[in-house]
Design a protein around this ligand. Sequence first.
Ligand SMILES: [Mn+2]
Length: 352
Amino acid sequence: MKHLFSRDDVLLLAERAESSKNIIIVTHTNPDGDAIGSVTALGKFLSNIGLTHQIWTPNRYPDYLSFLDTSSKINIYRNGKIRGDFSTEDSDLVICMDFNQLNRSDDLEPFIRESGAYKILIDHHPDPERDSFDLIFSAPSASSTCECVYNIIETLCDLKGSYRNCFDKSVADSLYVGLMTDTNNFSNSVTPETFITAARLIEKGVDKELLQHKVFGVFSEERMRLLGHVLLNKMVVIPELEAAYIVLTQEEQQQFKFREGDSEGFVNMPLNINKINISALFTESDEYVRVSLRSVNHFSVNRFSRKFFNGGGHERAAGGRLYLPIDEVGRFFEEKLKVFIETNYLTNEQDL
Ligand SMILES: [Mn+2]
């Protein structure tokens, strides 16, 4: 295994954790498999070495990931209309995972920003908000935050042999789910290190077929029919821009009994069409339109999202938000895509 982070930083993280009385672990809004995988993996490892902690997510996460929360440690700040009692007042250590900008923690952001606690970031997105953290573990080359956490735990176990048996199968299960989901089942952003990590996790007892089924094989009938509906009736293909997009309204979500996580993977579907290299999914919610962007060429959806969609992420996978009526979203996307392709993208293509 290549060490992604310095031993000194890993030791500093361990010392901080060991001397903290109230550790809070936080991840991003609309948590995905890597978010839930990384917070539960780190949480279970901390429990195994005898350290208590709390885990908070800004809002609900998909039900199918709940099997990773083996000791029901995850608190949800905004669960529907009800808000939990998150506070960083008594916390001496806040660990943020799987996001690069504090605003990705949504309603938790002001608490974290104002907290006097020592703040650590563990993440794989480019350009982390460095000023907001005391210690940063950032590895944009890693497939997932779970790959970063694996690397940190392994380094720590090398340094402190007594920790070795605290890295158990349950920790490995969480990490494997993050690897599997953030790489779209080992098809994007994988490096030799990703496969080495996956192999080591399988050696720890991970049942990869079982996890694959638990994560990718538990959709509802309505979700499958919604997928059929969006591909047949909602996907708009723009061949001259090599792009396609899908707009999912709240009305359709109700019609198909939409649950958190049901649209997972939808945005990747148009990319299976020959010569379609950019894809977008727009999902209407009460307060804004959730934006997911993907590309399979040198088009930077990270920069595209930062410029027009109040978000960001990776070069080929990014998210964002739009504050527009849902029926204006398609036109907005087409317009901005044309502008971006004509200006930024073409002039900066060489340095990507
Ligand atoms: Mn991730």
